[in-house]
Ligand binder design. Structure first.
Ligand code: ZN
Length: 333
């Protein structure tokens, strides 16, 4: 018998509920976890709630990428590379001294902080450069940053595979603000805001880093071929005020779950009208936005967005991808 069926059967027997009732509870449990746990994992959780003793051998946790992390997740699994191990910090607690260690980990989608406490530090035998699998972890949001932690049942083991890490920067801490409270040069801020407007202009920018100039075409007369970047700008607002934002290549790629090449292909084939039609769907949705303030030449404050995630609409990004696909922007091949 399948493990899932086995657990369901056991819950039915022990509780006297019907099969359908039990299944409904399991799927509801999965939804509570934003579908980040497997159906077997959810079944075990329901069993646990009824105090039913079922020993799990299941692949309990669901794999997640760093870019998809947010605070409050449970029973997740990640394959990451250890990028940097920071010195152990000690702190006083009621029964003596506690220890905490931060580890910077990364996968192909970004970096995050793994936080280990006390005995977990002694159990951690890996070095910088090791590939590891973190199983049954949970996340916590602190200072605008999502931390990965492992609880009593979490383990870290060696992962025998390649993990490609593109970005090795340390995730920043962000101060939560209302837009009206944002002052320059306060650096890293987090706001909950709506996108009110997106400026209609070509998002493909040819910016030569060497001479710090923007060109119309992909060639700088002094420095040759320029690698284009994608820039989307607009206005975001919350209940207190509004502010201009800019979103650059990596954030755009992550938000639309596509890559620069696909965006450029879409725009070259269909013009940027088509791209903006997709972006119009970003309006009127509330986002959690993290970014860095900057001051323009005219002394206005803008936010360069490094992270944006819809707050109430988990399905949003998925819909955007299918729209990009339908409009020929993303190929499956
Ligand atoms: Zn140049």
């Amino acid at each position: 018998m399948e493990e899932f069926e086995e657990v369901v059967k056991k819950i039915v027997e022990e509780t006297g509920k019907t099969n359908t009732e039990v299944l409904e509870m399991i799927y509801k449990k999965q939804e509570e976890y934003n579908n980040l746990i497997s159906d077997v994992g959810a079944a075990y959780l329901v069993a646990k709630e009824f105090g039913i003793d079922v020993k799990s051998t299941a692949n309990f946790t669901k794999e997640i990428k760093i870019k998809d992390l947010f605070g409050g997740l449970n029973s997740i699994r990640l394959k990451v590379k250890v990028l940097k191990i920071f010195p152990i910090n000690t702190f006083k607690k009621e029964d003596g001294e506690g220890r905490v260690m931060n580890i910077l980990v990364g996968d192909e989608t970004g970096t995050a902080r793994l936080v280990l406490w006390n005995e977990q530090i002694d159990d951690f035998k890996f070095k910088e450069g090791s590939s590891i699998e973190i199983i049954n972890a949970y996340t916590k949001e602190r200072n605008g940053m999502t931390e990965i932690r492992i609880g009593m049942y979490g383990i870290i083991r060696e992962y025998d595979g390649e993990i490609e890490v593109k970005d090795t920067s340390i995730p920043k801490e962000y101060v939560e603000k209302k837009i009206a409270e944002i002052v320059f040069p306060e650096e890293n801020i987090k706001v909950n805001a709506y996108i009110q407007k997106i400026f209609y202009k070509n998002p493909i920018i040819y910016y030569c880093r060497e001479c710090s100039k923007v060109y119309e075409t992909e060639t700088c007369k002094d420095h040759g071929k320029i690698n284009p970047i994608i820039v989307i700008s607009g206005i975001m607002e919350d209940e207190t005020s509004n502010i201009v934002f800019n979103m650059f290549t990596r954030t755009v790629e992550s938000f639309l779950n596509t890559n620069k090449e696909e965006i450029i292909k879409l725009i070259e084939n269909k013009g940027y009208d088509e791209f903006y039609k997709i972006l119009e769907n970003m309006l009127d949705i509330k986002y959690e936005i993290k970014g860095t303030t900057k001051e323009t030449q005219k002394k206005n404050i803008e936010i360069n967005v490094s992270y944006i995630k819809p707050i109430n609409d988990e399905k949003y990004v998925g819909e955007k991808i299918s729209q990009l696909k339908n409009s020929g922007g993303v190929s499956d091949v």
